[in-house]
Design a protein around this ligand. Structure first.
Ligand code: GH3
Ligand code: MG
Ligand code: MG
Length: 517
């Protein structure tokens, strides 16, 4: 009989060790690591039960019985870890960690029982049906309670799996049911063992009864492509993709995020903590637009602008609601965020470059003309007076010829600065030709405009522009003025009149201001 028992344990051990080895090699598969733990403790359990039979003294039997308790107490809690890992139930994971305090305490108390007797009242040796001497342990009330916890843990594992089965559909659901059946199978076999075999003198250790369940779990974890290759591939995509991905449950808790999300949230929003388990409204309190999008529970993408502290950034935000089976079964959302700040700034830079004259920083001909058009239209409506200057640098060709083009450019910049410094913020200045400038002065009549124009002209005349070689460059400007006295005048007409006045100024003596008719 002892031989048969040894063979049974030997064969079971070989199968379970193989499963354990396979599981640890493929530990990245959901559920594989807890399966490895289960198989390892089952083997410890079986071998120590064999050792218990083979020794004769009560002390030696107690010693090996204690080792079997490692299996008794670790198996149920590892079922919970299996369920959590297999179903990716992140929320329950921390509770599972707390729960593992119970079996750990039980094992510590069992191994130290001879000093305090909290777990056990005592031991007796009995002769069993085979004629062998077996050890009977009399537990204390506390000892019994600890054992009862094991049943509760199995129940909890089943509840986690049932909850998961409810949320998944089709092939996934069948698969989860199979895992549940495998856990229940051990209960059934244990019961069957007690009711039908024990009386007939056949003793099968509980650890051996775990084997069918272990094989089913093994099959479920490794043979089912849906739970095997696909989640690994998905996890990999999740981790390597250069987009911030955040998974939110229906209560607004963040249940998952990828590595890239951690970097991005840290860089853009200065979030240094792990966001998993946090409420979405706390994490994105500076980005209300994102919260609004999540609340709307509709698939959409939008470019948004946010300011966090000194940081200003543009994000492309996508919301993808998740539902199981039917639209009504909403389970959460996926949030995908891309940092498009660089792209946006580039775009805005291009726009700016298209609008601004690179040399002087003033509006170029096109953008000046656009703005002028808008001002005239709104000015017409408000009966607003608008005066324009046409300004041309006198004999600029000579400056170029005397000092060179580079100095010529510097003169243009010098004059642009002078204009900006002399005019009001609401005046619009454009460089509309090589050394020709136009200014729009809202709410100023021709006479007041003349005073301003003269101020500009005199400042230029009085200015001494120094070159790098300390040469003094002196230059002057001529200015023509026109206004929209007749409110319905076009832009072209107004500029033409100012140009005519400028022409008069040039013809006159240069370095003077003329008012157009
Ligand atoms: P006037 O008093 O009649 O306006 O004489 P002017 O020499 O200023 O007139 P003209 O239109 O004959 O010459 C303008 C010169 O301005 C010709 C061109 O080489 C120069 N110019 C145009 N754009 C630039 C520029 O961006 N940089 C420099 N350095 N020179 C420019
Ligand atoms: Mg000129
Ligand atoms: Mg000119």
């Amino acid at each position: 009989m002892y031989f048969a028992y040894g063979v049974m344990i030997g064969v079971s051990s070989i199968i379970m060790v193989s499963i354990a080895v396979y599981a640890i090699i493929n530990r990245k598969v959901s559920g594989a690591f807890p399966l490895f733990i289960q198989m390892t403790v089952a083997v410890i359990w079986m071998i120590s039960s064999l050792m218990e039979i083979s020794v004769t003294t009560i002390e030696a039997k107690v010693y090996w019985r204690n080792f079997q308790q490692i299996g008794t107490f670790i198996m149920p809690i590892s079922n919970i870890f299996f369920a959590v890992d297999y179903t990716k139930n992140i929320k329950f994971k921390k509770y599972a960690n707390y729960l593992s305090i119970i079996p750990t305490t039980a094992l510590i108390l069992i191994f130290t029982d001879e000093y305090h007797h909290i777990m056990r009242l005592g031991y007796v040796l009995e002769v069993n049906n085979w004629g062998n001497i077996s050890l009977v342990v009399n537990s204390t009330f506390i000892g019994t309670i600890f054992v009862e916890f094991n049943y509760i843990f199995q129940g909890v594992a089943i509840l986690i799996l049932l909850d998961f089965a409810r949320r998944v559909s089709g092939r996934f659901r069948k698969q989860v049911y199979m895992v549940i059946v495998s856990i229940l199978l051990t209960f059934f076999l244990a019961w069957f063992n007690v009711v039908h075999f024990k009386d007939k003198g056949i003793y099968i250790p509980i650890a051996v009864l775990y084997m069918p369940s272990g094989i089913i779990l093994f099959y479920s974890v490794f043979r089912y492509k849906l739970f095997n290759i696909s989640p690994i591939a998905r996890d990999k995509v999740f981790d390597i993709i250069k987009e911030c991905i955040i998974v939110i449950d229906y209560e607004g808790n963040i249940v998952d995020s990828n590595d890239y999300a951690v970097n991005m949230l840290n860089k853009l929003m200065m979030i240094q903590y792990d966001v998993i388990g946090k409420k979405i409204e706390n994490v994105f309190k500076d980005a209300l637009k994102i919260l609004e999008m999540i609340d709307a529970y509709q698939e959409r993408t939008e470019d948004i602008h946010i300011n966090v502290g000194q940081n200003s950034c543009y994000l492309s935000v996508g919301i993808y609601p998740l539902s199981v089976s039917s639209e009504k079964n909403k389970v959460g959302s996926i949030l995908i965020i891309n940092d498009i700040t660089q792209h946006k700034n580039y775009e805005l830079g291009l726009k700016l470059r298209a609008d601004i004259d690179g040399l002087t920083g003033l509006l170029n001909k096109n953008s000046f003309s656009d703005l002028f058009m808008r001002l005239l239209q709104s000015g017409e409506a408000a009966q607003q007076l608008i005066t324009v200057f046409m300004i041309d640098i006198d004999l600029f060709k000579n400056i170029n010829d005397t000092y060179g083009h580079i100095i010529g450019d510097k003169v243009l910049q010098h004059f642009a600065q002078m204009l900006k410094g002399t005019l009001r913020p609401e005046d619009v200045i454009g460089r509309i030709g090589g050394e020709e400038f136009a200014v729009i002065l809202p709410n100023i009549n021709k006479l007041n405009a003349y005073i301003i124009a003269e101020r500009i002209r005199k400042r230029v005349e009085a200015s001494k522009f120094l070159t790098v070689n300390d040469e003094i460059v002196k230059y002057t400007v001529s200015i023509g003025i026109a206004d929209n006295e007749n409110l319905y005048i076009s832009q072209e007409e107004l500029l033409y009149r100012a140009d005519m006045a400028l022409y008069e100024a040039k013809k006159n003596s240069r370095n003077c201001t003329m008012i157009g008719i």
